[in-house]
Ligand binder design. Structure first.
Ligand SMILES: *Cc1c(COP(=O)(O)O)cnc(C)c1O
Length: 416
């Protein structure tokens, strides 16, 4: 196959004759695997809730990189922390210590009201790490027979894309063509406490759950469910593993989505926003006892806990400790819901979510969510569909009332 666009004609930033969006999209279609179906917008710059494409058109980012950009694009505090660290040291590997990791872990453990942290990079690695933690805890602390550990997960879950994680996905597209799969998982209905109770047996080491399901369409479980999960896990000596990679770190109006029900899991898995939209940073956060199942050589990652990531994460934690972003997510979230629910339209089946995290599910008769996302894009609002019928809104948590008004005006036009 011949590549029509000469790579050398795509100039880097600051070039006199920048390539157009169309040229960039053609190039990515030729040279990159087609494992995504992005909206046809090519972002070149970003600031706060706004992004600018290569043609100079401005859009409001109502997705925030799936909550990885919770603190806004180009957040000065975060960028400065990264820049300062770039000039000091960026990578040591865990063969040596670095002066950022300890302070980051201590601050993160405190934020989570936990005791210890195991740093990784991507969310999927964090989930893999939590699975390994629960299994080894089962064998060494609970007394489960070798090779028998079972982890219970939920229907419609999304925990990442590794071979083990897709093994317990209920989305056939995630699995098709990628077997054989990792055994040791049982799937129960999300939000159904009796299903969890009946699935637990003497080999059950953990229950892995998103306190609000993101990719499934911002599904909030029934009131009281997470409290019951906590009780059932405690009664049965099963680890409650909360995947707060997307729900956590301010998105829902509190630091953790579990806090809405006043529950504390045994393990938090964090990612996305922990890296401030700059670095991939994930972590498993738990008690000293649970994380003590790891001994040197058991597990690791070359980039996990690197000083650049740790410096950015430290600043993220510092920002979260001010509670400004959580408070704004709560207040602006309430305002966004109020405005959206007031839109007169016969296209919407349900508007749901928490904080600045909204799923707008379209009626079958209104068609799929994607065409509405495309129309919004043309009007300057970027968001994405999930599970065909649902439009997801998750703007950076620094969004203002005026910016919400601006977005809602456009939503009104598209939904009318
Ligand atoms: C995004 C996400 C993951 C996976 O994170 P990656 O960084 O993409 O590997 C895992 N769990 C949840 C709930 C997520 O939203």
């Amino acid at each position: 196959m011949t590549v029509q666009t000469d790579v050398n004609t795509i100039p880097t930033t600051g070039a006199e004759h920048p390539a157009t969006s169309a040229e960039h999209i053609r190039l990515v279609e030729q040279a990159a695997a087609h494992n995504y179906h992005p909206l046809p917008v090519v972002v070149a710059k970003a600031d706060g809730v706004w992004v600018t494409d290569v043609d100079g058109k401005k859009y409001m980012d109502m997705l925030a990189a799936y909550s990885a950009v919770n603190f806004g694009h180009g957040n000065t505090e975060l960028i400065n922390a990264a820049k300062a660290q770039l000039d000091s040291v960026t990578l040591t590997s865990r063969a040596f210590h670095n002066d950022q990791l300890g302070p980051m872990c201590a601050a993160l453990a405190e934020l989570c009201k936990m005791e210890a942290v195991l740093p990784m990079n991507t969310g999927a690695e964090g989930v893999e790490t939590a699975i390994k933690t629960a299994r080894k805890w089962g064998y060494t602390k609970k007394g489960v027979a070798e090779g028998k550990a079972k982890i219970i997960v939920c229907s419609e879950n999304f925990h990442g894309r590794t071979t083990t994680i897709i093994s317990f996905s209920t989305d056939s597209q995630c699995r098709n063509g990628f077997g054989p799969f990792t055994p040791g998982f049982e799937i129960v209905k999300y939000g159904d406490i009796d299903a969890l109770k009946s699935a637990i047996d003497e080999n059950t080491v953990g229950f892995l759950i998103e306190p609000i399901q993101g990719e499934a369409g911002i599904i909030v479980p029934p009131d009281g469910y997470l409290k019951q999960v906590r009780e059932v896990c405690t009664e049965n000596n099963v680890l409650f593993i909360a995947d707060e990679i997307q729900a956590g770190l301010g998105r829902t109006g509190l630091t953790f989505a579990c806090e809405h029900e006043g529950v504390h899991p045994d393990i938090f898995i964090l990612g996305k926003a922990l890296g401030g939209g700059i670095m991939p940073v994930s972590a498993v956060v738990s008690s000293r006892e649970i994380l003590s199942v790891f001994t040197p050589g058991d597990h690791g990652s070359t980039f996990g806990g690197n000083p650049l990531s740790a410096a950015v994460a430290r600043k993220v934690i510092e920002i979260l400790n001010t509670r400004e972003y959580q408070d704004n997510a709560r207040d602006m979230g309430a305002y966004l819901f109020e405005r959206l629910r007031a839109i007169k339209t016969d296209k919407i089946k349900e508007i749901r979510g928490r904080g600045l995290w909204v799923g707008i599910e379209f009626k079958e008769s209104a068609g799929k969510a994607m065409p509405y996302c495309k129309k919004l894009m043309e009007m300057g609002v970027l968001c994405k569909d999930t599970h065909q019928q649902t439009m997801r809104l998750a703007p950076p948590l620094c969004i203002t009332r005026e910016e919400i008004d601006w977005a809602v005006e456009r939503m009104e036009k598209v939904l009318a």
